[in-house]
Write a protein that binds this ligand. Structure first.
Ligand SMILES: [Cu+2]
Length: 403
């Protein structure tokens, strides 16, 4: 409700004038004059209260009408969320329409048919130099069951391919721009002059640069062309894992890579592909939030481990703007390499949730003995409702679960 400020009732002040100040008259007045002043003041007070009351009535009336309009609107929107007593489902006060949770009738079948982005770590290329070829492309992708999005992304969609290299290895990046506008690629794993290496590449052109991956960890890469917010929000990001020197970390039995991100949609994406909505991106009000580009894909297609195996999650938060509060339900991180600081002496032990900042990374070791379905989430729980949830299936257990 809009609040209205009312000026305090003001008693008229004496102006500096040429006439003799009336105060003199009051001083010598009797009780009649005093009563007159009190009467006038009471009159002013009553008038102010009446006016105030009228304003309040209008304000309440407006609010009721607005609530009725919002309720009617909510009733016609995509029935993604279920109203409960005591819940206001009428949407935010920002005026931005949310398409969170929009889904076709066959969403479940589509989720089952979806081929999940491979989260398993790819091998390290042999040799002293790792050749990495990246192709940027305008593609229509699915970001949730039945939800299409016109992305500026990579030849394979969004995120881009997981790149896995060895600490100390030389990386030769070749970027080809098959898109319609200039793009570029910024590697957070590089120490290199960005004005030279991360330069814009015109459509149809390529650029190459080389850096040595001396810093171990998990790093974001992304298009750095202005406006960067739009280029990242449209899908131009990925993860590069720089494997620490052998023997530094305990040996993992499984390595999984997750890239967290948000999606800001111009429409629900059900009948035609949605596009980027800048107002929502500026307001940081995403419609969907995903791991590896597709809402809840590892709920239908869980990641797997055997009981007692050491599972290592390499997590990048591509943003563009929101952090990921990484947590695995039902366990505790044995070691968390917060912010991707891979020095074992700095690792956190026995922590429950660790923030992965937008544009940053984090590495998480878990060893789970009891078979079961363990959800991994961003524990900023709006993110779960918007798709940032998956399952780690430990042992030979049946079914899926939602959390
Ligand atoms: Cu770009």
């Amino acid at each position: 409700m809009k609040t209205t400020e009312y000026p305090p009732a003001r008693i008229p002040q004496q102006q500096n004038g040429s006439a003799a100040p009336p105060a003199v008259a009051y001083e010598e007045s009797d009780s009649h004059a005093f009563l007159a002043v009190v009467t006038v003041l009471l009159g002013v007070l009553v008038s102010v209260l009446i006016v105030f009351g009228i304003f309040m009535w209008f304000d309440a009336h407006d609010a009721k009408n607005a609530a009725n309009r919002a309720a009617a609107k909510a009733g016609t929107a995509a029935p993604a969320t279920h109203s409960m007593p005591g819940m206001d489902m009428s949407g935010g006060s920002s005026g931005l329409t949310s398409y969170a949770g929009a889904a076709p009738a066959n969403a479940d079948a589509l989720a089952t048919a979806h081929k999940p982005f491979p989260a398993a770590m790819p091998p390290i290329p042999a040799g002293k130099v790792a050749d990495v070829n990246l192709v940027l492309k305008d593609v229509t992708i699915d970001i949730a069951p039945g939800v299409k999005y016109s992305a500026w992304a990579w030849a394979g969609g969004a995120p881009g391919p997981v790149i896995h290299v060895r600490q100390g290895q030389t990386i030769k990046i070749t970027l080809t721009n098959d898109g319609a506008i200039p793009h570029s690629v910024d590697f957070h794993a590089a120490r290199i002059a960005p004005d030279k290496a991360f330069t814009d590449v015109l459509p149809g052109k390529s650029v190459s640069y080389t850096f040595t991956a001396n810093d171990p960890g998990v790093f974001m890469y992304h298009c750095g062309t202005k406006p960067v917010l739009a280029h990242i929000a449209n899908g131009m990001y990925g993860a590069i894992v720089v494997e620490p020197k052998p023997g530094v970390l305990p040996k993992a039995d499984r390595d999984y890579v997750l890239v967290a991100s948000e999606w800001y949609l111009s429409s629900d994406g059900l009948s035609k592909p949605a596009q980027y909505n800048q107002d929502k991106a500026h307001a940081r009000q995403p419609d969907w939030m995903t791991f590896n580009g597709y809402s809840g894909q590892y709920v239908k297609h869980p990641l797997t481990a055997k009981p007692g195996e050491l599972v290592r999650f390499w997590v990048v938060d591509a943003g563009p703007s929101l952090d990921t509060d990484f947590h695995i339900v039902g366990t505790i991180f044995d070691r968390a390499y917060a912010f991707g600081d891979m020095n074992p002496e700095h690792a956190l032990n026995g922590v429950q949730t660790v923030t992965v900042p937008a544009g940053g990374g984090g590495v998480f070791d878990v060893k789970i003995d009891q078979p079961g379905l363990y959800p991994f989430v961003s524990h900023a729980f709006a993110a779960v409702d918007q798709g940032q949830v998956g399952l780690l299936k430990v042992g030979d257990v049946q079914g899926t679960m939602s959390h």
